[in-house]
Design a protein around this ligand. Structure first.
Ligand SMILES: Nc1ncnc2c1ncn2[C@@H]1O[C@H](COP(=O)(O)OP(=O)(O)OP(=O)(O)O)[C@@H](O)[C@H]1O
Ligand SMILES: [Mg+2]
Length: 308
């Protein structure tokens, strides 16, 4: 449900308008199997977008009130990812960042996140990985700069601003998995005209989601992707924080605590550690912004040539 490509059997007489899953309903048989729900083979219907779903977590597409929605599970014994998605949505809502809103759902006591398809019958998602393949990366150019250069050459608008926002959110939530297929750009699938960066999606693998409680407070260096290996370094790529209203993050740890209360897998000790860790991240971001402001106000002034 993220692009409009398909394989048309020769001579079938089929056309996309007649069969695509954006306009036509689909079977949940494959999705149910992916969700571990057994079903006997009789009348099994393979017509489903789930055949080509990407990613690591258990997921399936469903239709709710005519809208195509992705329902996605959590991993391991903690199942924290859906709660992280809900928190990331809240943070981005508060900061005015273009994002895919995720809500929480509980099915058979297990948590899931639900989000609407952000692609329409007229658009397609092109991943950062594909965008990076459009030009050869010179040895002396960083991956970050190469991505900006590729986007500029293709004519994709607003990429620096979008990366500033995505890298800032990833810093706050200590996202470990912003790999090159977890962001990208949207273009018109008919005219191939570039529209914008994709709204921020897939923020679940963050906030120490696979770490035991004891590791939540102690970790100083936090692994990041895709441009630098450590969040402390990656946040340095943000070109401007002028758009960032730090006051909007006040009380976000309490909001997270409320979100986490619904989980049967996250006990009080873990919840407290996570909320404390999140508050620390927002404080650390405030320090990064402050240090940047100081650096920018006391820029070294070069003496005129004749005075040297
Ligand atoms: N709301 C959406 N609308 C359209 N396409 C989507 C949406 N959410 C996800 N996708 C597509 O499905 C792919 C897999 O989804 P997602 O990245 O959320 O899953 P994941 O299992 O968390 O992935 P990962 O392997 O990165 O952990 C995405 O890379 C994207 O191409
Ligand atoms: Mg993903």
């Amino acid at each position: 449900m993220s692009d409009q490509y398909w394989i048309c059997p020769e001579g079938s007489g089929l056309c996309w308008d007649d069969i695509n899953f954006f306009d036509h309903s689909f079977s949940e048989d494959v999705g149910n199997i992916l969700f571990g729900e057994a079903r006997d083979g009789v009348g099994f219907d393979l017509a489903s977008p789930d055949n080509t779903s990407d990613g690591w977590l258990k997921k399936k597409w469903i239709i709710v009130d005519g809208k195509r929605c992705l329902i996605k599970g959590g991993s391991g014994a903690i199942r924290q990812e859906p709660y992280n998605e809900a928190l990331a949505s809240l943070i981005m809502e508060r900061l005015g960042i273009s994002h895919v809103p995720y809500t929480l759902a509980i099915r058979d006591e297990y948590p899931y996140s639900v989000c609407e398809d952000f692609i329409t019958p007229q658009t397609e998602l092109v991943s950062a990985w594909h965008i990076l393949q459009t030009r050869k990366q010179p040895n002396h150019i960083s991956l970050y700069q190469h991505y900006l250069d590729c986007c500029a050459k293709l004519g994709i608008p607003g990429i620096t601003d979008a990366l500033d926002r995505m890298l800032t959110v990833d810093y706050i939530i200590a996202n470990e998995d912003r790999h090159l297929n977890n962001f990208g750009a949207i273009r018109n699938a008919d005219t191939l005209e570039w529209i914008s960066a994709a709204p921020v999606f897939d923020c679940g693998t963050s906030l120490w989601c696979s770490e035991p409680v004891a590791m939540i407070r102690s970790r100083i260096t936090l692994p990041s992707k895709p441009f630098k290996k450590d969040h402390a370094e990656q946040i340095g790529l943000v070109t401007s924080f002028d758009w960032l209203n730090l006051n909007a993050l006040r009380g976000v740890d309490e909001a997270f605590s409320e979100i986490l209360k619904g989980s049967a897998f996250i006990d009080n000790a873990r919840r407290d550690a996570l909320c404390y860790g999140l508050r620390k991240r927002t404080e650390m971001l405030a320090e990064v912004v402050k240090a940047r402001n100081v650096r920018e106000t006391v820029k070294p002034v070069r003496k005129p040539e004749r005075e040297r």
